[in-house]
Ligand binder design. Sequence first.
Ligand SMILES: [Zn+2]
Length: 74
Amino acid sequence: MARMMADCRRFPSESNCSLTIIGEEDEVVRAAAEHAASVHGHEDTPELREQLRGFLEPAGQYSNEPREQEAMPG
Ligand SMILES: [Zn+2]
């Protein structure tokens, strides 16, 4: 199974979070949801997990260089 990436650097956050999570899709969604709840004050709900799933990018796109931030959708 292809590995996926959830990259906190993609979106603006108060803490300027630099975390990137890479793994299989379900692992990343779970870790990202727990991270969003513990660090960013989101509620870990099925809706949040669905939204996070939509944010995933192929792990091959990972770069350690700083990236341009996008506005958080919704
Ligand atoms: Zn974060």
